[in-house]
Design a protein around this ligand. Structure first.
Ligand SMILES: [Zn+2]
Length: 182
C-alpha cells in the first residue's frame, strides 16, 4: 500500500477519495472495531484547518491508520492527546484518556498556550487525537475560550466551525466551561 498524500483542506478528486475511503474504512474497522460515522469527515478523516476567534490558524487531525503522517506540508509542531501519535516532526503529548478529560487542566492549558504561541508566530501547528472529535474538539473549544470566545458558547462554536461531532461527553463540556477561570 503506497503512501497517500492529500493536501489539508483541499477536496480530493472523486476517484482518489473513493480509494482512500476503502482503504481507510477497512483498516479503521479492523483496528478499532467500528466505522467512522461522521458525515463531515467520513471521506477523508480530519486534517482540517481551524480559524480561532482571534484569527490564529491551526490544523486539527484525526489519526489515519493508513498513512498518519502523510502531509503536503509537515507541521512545525504537533500537540497530541493520544500516545499512538509518534510523528517525525516536533511534538508533545497530553495525557488524556479517550472519552475523558485531561488528567491535569493546568497542564492542558499550558500546552494549549504553547500551541497558540507557535501558531501566532506563523508556525504550522496541528492538534489531534484518534477520531478527531472528543479530545480534539474539546481542545479546540478550549483554544476558542483562550482566544476570546465566551466559554458558554464554546461547544457550539467548535461544532459549527470544525465538526458537528466535536465534544463527546458531558464531562468534556463541563471541562470547557471551567477553562475560563484558568
Ligand atoms: Zn468529524
Amino acid at each position: 500500500m503506497g503512501t497517500i498524500l492529500y493536501p489539508v483542506g483541499v477536496p480530493l478528486p472523486d476517484k482518489q477519495r473513493a480509494d482512500i475511503d476503502v482503504q481507510r474504512e477497512s483498516v479503521w474497522a479492523i483496528n478499532t472495531g467500528f466505522r467512522q460515522s461522521c458525515a463531515a469527515c467520513r471521506s477523508a478523516g480530519h486534517q482540517s484547518p481551524v480559524l480561532l476567534p482571534d484569527g490564529t490558524q491551526l490544523a486539527a487531525a484525526s489519526f489515519d491508520p493508513v498513512a498518519p503522517y502523510s502531509r503536503v506540508r509537515e507541521p512545525d509542531y504537533g500537540l497530541y492527546f493520544d500516545f499512538r501519535w509518534q510523528p517525525p516532526w516536533e511534538h508533545d503529548h497530553v495525557d488524556w484518556p479517550d472519552f475523558g478529560v485531561p488528567a491535569s487542566a493546568e497542564a492542558l492549558v499550558e500546552a494549549l498556550k504553547t500551541v497558540l504561541d507557535r501558531a501566532q508566530r506563523a508556525q504550522a501547528v496541528e492538534v489531534g487525537c484518534i477520531g478527531g472529535h472528543g479530545r480534539t474538539g474539546t481542545a479546540l473549544a478550549c483554544l476558542a475560550v483562550l482566544t476570546g470566545h465566551p466559554a458558554q458558547d464554546a461547544v457550539a462554536w467548535v461544532r459549527s466551525k470544525y465538526c458537528a461531532k466535536a465534544v463527546e461527553t458531558p464531562a468534556q463540556q463541563a471541562f470547557i466551561a471551567a477553562i475560563r477561570n484558568s
